[in-house]
Ligand binder design. Structure first.
Ligand code: FAD
Ligand code: NAD
Length: 471
């Protein structure tokens, strides 16, 4: 058996693993990264980037259609047609550029990248199957083992995912590489993926029905924020069935059986079914159980330095549970490399912003008014509507608002929320103000460029202080 030694061995080349590898190499740590699929992981290949690319393409197509029937702006379009194969090629081109860039960065920093599937032997030893038929695996021994194997999509019993593109029951992975747009799409789950991709398919021409088990869409977000999203779904003709469970495929296979809250069953016709009911940490199928690491629910338990319960075995990203977001995985990856290099770091962010790229977009960072109340914090909060923001008017996107939550006693800002077109870009301002401990007066006293959506951020702070200027 071929064997080799390294100081840091990283399993998984997603945003957690590849960022950890780059930072570790920068700090002079001999680093080997094993990736069985493609560098960039879920995020770059079948997650964040491809979904945002398709959201952009679907928005552009929808806009072109809009101009066929509405000439408010004086724009007339005769017809619009989409070549979905070309759209997918364009999306794949962006993915290739980014994943190629990750490979180049790893090479530049001297990280050894091994393409193969890792299988745990013990906490310091891993076998890698290089996929060369019956050739023996390569054995790697390390001082530090960093687990960054990400997460996998959850399925529904009796509804296995099709292996092929264009199959009946699909996950987000297949939905991101459509070979055609189905006439009728049923989406199971009105969470991040269900709504982001459900809207894409609707804008590309499918009849979309979303089936959600809970009594409202995006149950992770506070209800006020999701109202403009619900209104937009209605306007676009997306049918949303709340308090409903998909039971399985119908007997003839022409659709899905749905059970409502009153116990009534009905059949929804579907050419395709996108199951988007959440993801689970990728803990099975690669010998991880042998290490008998402490778990927290389905995730690996880690402390605030990303240490697992075994010495010198570390874990980051989706494998360690919620929030399963790429920027959290990256931040943990950078931190763990620094801890291994001997730096004193703790993973204790004031807030991790979360964005849902629906139309309109939703962004949250820190505490909502309800979270603050639950935490027994005496807070004030104020909102500023985009209906009173000039930039929003010029973008024809006046739905939504920015809300700030701050402590009543010292005005320390503890949370931001916004819903509206393009508000994902406010995540940076929200995150910075929370990490830097800004007070309402700091944001209210900062000159915000005009005309920008960001002025609504300043106005929300002014309003919380009782003297908003433009409302
Ligand atoms: P991953 O990116 O999953 O990477 C893990 C890697 O490990 C994979 O490449 C896998 O092949 C490899 N691996 C696993 N086991 C082994 C093994 N035994 N041997 C070798 N290699 C192995 N997050 C956001 O923040 N913003 C978004 O807009 C967003 N959009 C998303 C859209 C979709 C459709 C999906 C599915 C997810 C989205 N996410 C988004 C979530 C984001 O993709 C994840 O949080 C992020 O990728 C987690 O990074 P990670 O490094 O922990 O794991
Ligand atoms: P999710 O947790 O966001 O939403 C799943 C939804 O499915 C929930 O509303 C849940 O109530 C519903 N559900 C669960 N079981 C159901 C059932 N049997 N029938 C009907 N509804 C059911 O999960 P997701 O949309 O699959 O996304 C997975 C993860 O990927 C997210 O949690 C997030 O971490 C990540 N992600 C992030 C982004 C982003 O940051 N913009 C985008 C996509 C995915």
């Amino acid at each position: 058996m071929v064997s080799q030694k390294t100081t840091l061995l990283i399993i998984g080349g997603g945003p957690g693993g590849y960022v950890a590898a780059i930072r570790a190499a920068q700090l002079g740590i001999q680093t080997t990264l094993v990736e069985g699929g493609n560098l960039g992981g879920t995020c770059l290949n079948i997650g964040c980037i491809p979904s945002k690319a398709l959201i952009h393409a679907a928005d552009a197509y929808h806009q072109a259609h809009h101009f066929m029937g509405d000439s408010t702006l004086g724009i007339h379009v005769e017809g619009a047609r989409i070549d979905i194969a070309q759209t997918v090629r364009w999306k794949d081109g962006i993915v290739a550029r980014l994943t190629g860039g990750v490979g180049a960065l790893l090479k530049k920093h001297g990280v050894q990248v091994i393409k193969g599937w890792a299988y745990m032997v013990d906490g310091k030893t891993v076998d890698v199957d290089l996929g060369r038929g019956d050739a023996e695996p390569t054995r790697i021994q390390c001082e530090h083992l960093l687990l960054a194997s990400g997460s996998v999509e959850l399925g529904l019993p009796g509804m296995p995912f099709s292996d092929t593109l264009g199959g009946k029951v699909i996950s987000s992975k297949q939905a991101l590489s459509p070979d055609h747009i189905p006439k009728k799409l049923v989406v199971v789950g009105a969470g991040y993926i269900g709504l982001e991709l459900g809207l894409v398919y609707r804008k590309l021409g499918a009849d979309v029905t979303v089936v959600e088990a809970q009594d409202r869409i995006l149950p992770l977000y506070d209800e006020e924020l999701t109202k403009p999203v619900a209104a937009s779904l209605r306007k676009l003709g997306v049918q949303v069935l709340l308090d409903c469970q998909v039971q399985g495929l119908s007997h003839g296979g022409e659709g899905v059986r749905v059970l409502d809250a009153a116990g009534r069953e009905s059949v929804l016709e579907a050419d395709q079914v996108l199951v988007a009911i959440g993801r689970a940490p990728h803990t099975h199928g690669w010998g991880l159980e042998k290490l008998m690491l402490e778990m927290q629910g389905r995730a690996l338990k880690v402390d605030d330095q990303c240490r697992t319960s075994m010495r010198n075995v570390w874990a980051i990203g989706d494998l360690t549970g919620e929030p399963m977001l790429a920027h959290r995985a990256m931040a943990q990856g950078e931190l763990v490399a620094e801890v291994i290099a001997g730096k004193s770091r703790r993973f204790a962010p004031t807030a991790i912003a979360a964005v849902c790229y629906t139309g309109p977009e939703v962004v949250v960072a820190g505490l909502s008014p309800a979270d603050a109340a639950k935490a027994n914090l005496d807070c004030i909060h104020a909102s500023f509507p985009f209906a009173a923001n000039g930039r929003a008017m010029t973008l024809e996107s006046t739905d939504g608002f920015v809300r700030v939550v701050a402590r009543r006693d010292n005005h320390l800002i503890v949370g931001w929320q916004a819903v509206g077109a393009g508000v994902s870009e406010l995540a940076a301002a929200f995150g910075q103000s929370l990490e830097m401990g800004a007070c309402l007066e700091d944001v209210a006293g900062t000159i915000h460029a005009h005309p920008t959506l960001g002025e609504a951020v300043q106005e929300a702070a002014l309003r919380a202080l009782g003297h908003a200027l433009h409302i």
